[in-house]
Design a protein around this ligand. Structure first.
Ligand code: ZN
Ligand code: ZN
Length: 265
């Protein structure tokens, strides 16, 4: 590919330029996320709760607020774990293949991320919102972050509708309702897609590989045969209740060996 000359100082291929851009927008997206969550939380306590508590009463108002705080806590803790734990990177082993790009160890399901410029264990995709890849170690936290963020947006849609739908309309409740409503729909689709992939035992990369390479479908098939077993690979448990609870526990798998699959035989 032809290089781009920027300001005459250095040359950059379009791919490298794209990767540099993805790295650069990460902090900006983090600020947008913090501002959105802060705005909605502030609007809830300053405009929405004082309004709807007048017809729900204090006890129901407290119960609804506790639910909102539970969702907020899970959004923050899962985002924190997702960023700080990272996706996990392969350690050297004589049995592993070598990556053609970085020449490092590349076990099954690992892929090279051109943005991070290294191989990532059970890579799903690179996410600029977390400034990192989604992979073996943080897949659970990424999906739970999405699940709770979706529920949080639905919660705020309902809470702000009570104030938005009566006149005179409050401007922050108005903005809050529109933002929460739009984000709920977009996030619901994105979250459903990722939950489906987890239950199917696949990553985004593997799904595209599976349908894009009909001759070698087995190469991309890591399903263990049941959704609960597939869920265990990501959450470390077969219980749905335990899976959605906050936990910083490490997974029982090393991210290089995959049980019950065609590849482990
Ligand atoms: Zn690599
Ligand atoms: Zn990456």
């Amino acid at each position: 590919m032809e290089d781009m000359r920027i300001g005459g100082l250095f040359t950059l291929s379009p791919e490298k330029f794209g990767n540099a851009f993805i790295r650069l927008i990460g902090p900006a997206l983090l600020i947008v996320l913090i501002l959105l969550v802060t705005f909605m939380t502030y609007t809830y306590f300053s405009e929405l709760l004082p309004y709807f508590i007048t017809f729900t009463g204090p006890w129901l108002g407290m119960l609804i607020t506790s639910l909102g705080l539970f969702l907020l806590f899970n959004i923050i803790i899962n985002y924190y774990y997702c960023v700080t734990k990272g996706p996990g990177h392969p350690v050297d082993h004589p049995d592993y293949q070598r990556c053609k790009t970085c020449k490092g160890p590349k076990p099954q399901r690992a892929h090279h991320c051109s943005v991070c410029n290294r191989c990532v264990l059970k890579m799903d995709h690179h996410c600029p919102w977390i400034m990192n890849c989604v992979g073996h170690k943080n897949h659970r936290y990424f999906v739970l972050f999405l699940v709770y963020l979706t529920l949080g947006c639905f919660f705020m849609t309902c809470a702000s509708y009570s104030r938005f739908s009566v006149k005179p309309r409050n401007s922050s409740a108005h903005v809050c309702f529109l933002l929460a409503f739009v984000f709920s729909i977009v996030l619901l689709l994105f979250t459903a897609w990722h939950v489906f992939l987890i239950f199917a035992g696949a990553t985004t990369i593997e799904l595209f590989g599976f349908y894009g390479d009909p001759e070698n479908k087995d190469k991309y098939n890591f399903s263990r045969g049941s959704w609960r077993k597939n869920m265990e690979i990501v959450f470390g448990t077969t219980s749905l209740i335990t899976a959605v609870m906050p936990s910083g526990k490490d997974l029982p798998y090393d991210g290089a060996y995959w049980p019950d699959t065609l590849h482990a035989i």
